[in-house]
Design a protein around this ligand. Structure first.
Ligand SMILES: Cc1ncc(COP(=O)(O)O)c(C=O)c1O
Length: 394
């Protein structure tokens, strides 16, 4: 009897192109400006806190929805930076990264036929997340800026037209991967109004909240009038504390939603690594200057790479947050974004991520993404390679 041994869901998406480009970087010995994984060390104090937690014998399962110390630290940090008053007993769930946080959230709220609005280009995982949770994605385009004073933007009419009776959630990632867009107050207010009009949940991926430039302010959807009860905040330690391999993330949601999310989370993963939760609880209490330094340092790296890639002949849009920059492909004759990225890794020895990994059905938009969450020497090596490659080309 012939039987399909692979699920339709698993068959309906491919492997991650982002993670794949890291393999390409290794194979082609290219400078890796692809995946968003920093190549510089984690703060000594945070590493020490993890070592001490293991030595204090915190090595068994933590409470499934997160160690009390970490939930308390998250609540305190939200109070400090966002002015939010949270109940760590009822509104916070610790997960295995923001990745699991998004999946557990969608599995907890989506019913068959529900629609999820996603801005495109979108963080690669949101596509498979929608399929796995059973949501029907509806994509709304982010358009590139005209100059360095502007940012990527959505068209209000296009966004309003995407809402309907079947819309269950809108996923907002700010600061944004891949575009570097920071959603401004007015944009968030417009989204908030639509959420209230159509009884929709806002799921906000805020993993880059502390990586924001040029004095821009991170806007917290949950703080807007009428949004506390319909916002699910996704966040994590990976980017703020340079611990992408630790897999610590969290969800902040109203109590009724948290009850549902915690059940899904428990059966998916039981819980995140117990000693690492303790270390992140410590990290969250670091003084303000740790967080200020993070933005300052990444802004310096942004300026370095932006100037460098432009000197090499890439147009590159200025990012306002997160640690990526997007550039139109400066050469013609390539079948798609992916082929250009492979070509650039093989011939230019710089690995990037093709922007078609962030679009519906991997449709090419003639752009690539560089990551500047890297050591200065890595960025300088990448810039040199790009200049050498383009000098040959031009
Ligand atoms: C927007 C966004 N969300 C989530 C993640 C993954 O976060 P985590 O490492 O906490 O799973 C990333 C990683 O690049 C990201 O860019």
């Amino acid at each position: 009897m012939s039987k399909d041994l692979i699920s339709h869901k698993a068959n309906s998406f491919g492997e991650s192109i982002i993670r794949g480009m890291t393999r390409v970087a290794t194979a082609t010995k290219a400078v890796n400006l692809a995946q968003g994984a920093p190549d510089f060390p984690t703060d000594e104090r945070i590493k020490q806190a993890a070592i001490e937690a293991i030595q204090r014998n915190i090595n068994q399962y933590a409470i499934t929805w997160g160690a009390k110390s970490l939930r308390d630290a998250i609540a305190a940090k939200e109070k400090r930076f966002r002015g939010r008053d949270l109940d760590p007993g009822k509104e916070i769930t610790v997960c295995c990264g923001a990745t699991e946080a998004m999946m557990s959230t969608l599995l907890a709220v989506i019913n068959p036929g529900d629609e999820a609005i996603v801005f495109e280009p979108f963080y690669e995982n949101y596509g498979p997340d929608s399929i796995l949770s059973g949501a029907i994605p509806r994509y709304v385009k982010l358009h590139p800026p005209a100059n360095d004073q502007e940012d990527w933007y959505y068209d209000e009419h296009e966004l309003a037209a995407a809402f309907n009776d079947r819309t269950k959630v809108i996923i907002i990632n700010t600061p944004n991967n891949p575009t570097g867009k920071v959603f401004r107050q007015k944009e968030m207010e417009f989204i908030a109004q639509l959420c209230q009009k159509w009884n929709v949940l806002a799921v906000t991926d805020e993993i880059y909240e502390h990586i924001i430039y040029d004095g821009e302010k991170h806007v917290t959807m949950a703080n807007l009038p009428g949004m506390k009860d319909r916002t699910i905040t996704i966040n994590g330690a990976s980017k703020t504390f340079t611990v992408t391999g630790w897999r610590i993330g969290y969800i902040i949601a109203p109590e009724n939603l948290t009850v549902a999310i915690r059940k899904v989370h428990d059966y998916l993963t039981i819980g995140a690594a117990a000693p690492l939760q303790e270390a992140i609880a410590f990290a969250m209490g670091l003084p303000d200057d740790f967080f200020q330094h993070l933005s300052k340092d990444y802004q310096r790296k942004r300026d370095l790479l932006l100037a460098g890639v432009r000197e090499a002949g890439f147009k590159a849009y200025k990012p306002w947050g997160a640690y990526y920059l997007v550039s139109p492909i400066p050469e013609a004759g390539f079948k798609n974004d992916y082929d250009y990225s492979i070509h650039l890794a093989e011939k230019g020895h710089v690995a990037t991520v093709p922007m078609n990994s962030f679009t519906l059905e991997h449709t090419s938009i003639g752009m690539i993404r560089f990551c500047f969450g890297k050591k200065d020497e890595t960025l300088l090596a990448g810039i040199e390679k790009l200049k050498a490659y383009r000098a040959v080309k031009v």
